[in-house]
Design a protein around this ligand. Structure first.
Ligand code: SF4
Ligand code: SF4
Length: 195
């Protein structure tokens, strides 16, 4: 009895090839070439799928997970308290930060007593899973629908606070990415989380 596994029974796609002699037409390849041109020609009349990026962009889902934002509160103070939960929850180990203690004169800059003096995300490591957003207890980090730009140098993909913290005068609206239940919860100032 043969030890060879029965491949046909596994895939059902077993194909027996023969080495029969080629016909004259097969030897001159002409029908195959004409057939190939026919396929190419048929694609001229089909709808184009190629987009002229970046002039044209493809519509994306409302919950598309792109570049992160570090949010400020209503008074413009950075919400992040450098607790490190986002970094710990990150499966790609893409987040690094250094914590610092807020000084008396910095009350208008940072919401909490501790803040991130340095915060970096390595966008080449990030897999845009959103776990950092879910882990954050301060509503400080969110993924947005912004695309991370392409670049030629690896170092340029390390995004620091200059790129991540939202500008005071150009707030980034992430409310459309929240469920109605979460939005309602955030409006409740009786929750210590929101005060
Ligand atoms: S989206 Fe995921 S991989 Fe990217 S920084 Fe956040 S937790 Fe890490
Ligand atoms: S972004 Fe949120 S989870 Fe990450 S360090 Fe800041 S407060 Fe903590």
């Amino acid at each position: 009895m043969s030890d060879k596994p029965n491949i046909a029974s596994l895939s059902g796609r077993k194909k027996v090839v023969s080495n029969k002699k080629m016909t004259f037409m097969e030897m001159i390849y002409l029908p195959a070439i004409i057939g190939g041109f026919g396929i190419t020609l048929s694609h001229f009349f089909k709808k184009k799928v190629t987009l002229q990026y970046p002039e044209e962009t493809k519509p994306r889902s409302e919950i598309y997970r792109g570049m992160h934002v570090l949010k400020r509160d209503d008074e413009g103070r950075e919400r992040c308290t450098a607790c490190g939960l986002c970094a710990i929850s990150c499966p790609a180990e893409a987040i690094t930060m250094i914590a610092a203690e807020r000084k008396e004169e910095e009350m208008n800059l940072y919401r909490e007593e501790k803040y991130a003096s340095m915060y970096e995300i390595n966008m080449l490591r990030c897999i845009f899973c959103g776990l950092c957003e879910e882990a954050c207890p301060k509503e400080a980090i969110f993924l947005t629908d912004r695309i991370v730009s392409s670049d030629l140098h690896r170092g340029d993909f390390i995004y620091g606070k200059d790129l991540l913290v939202e500008p005071v005068d150009q707030r980034i609206d992430i409310s459309h990415r929240q469920t109605p239940e979460v939005l309602k919860f955030k409006l409740d100032k009786n929750q210590s989380h929101n005060s």
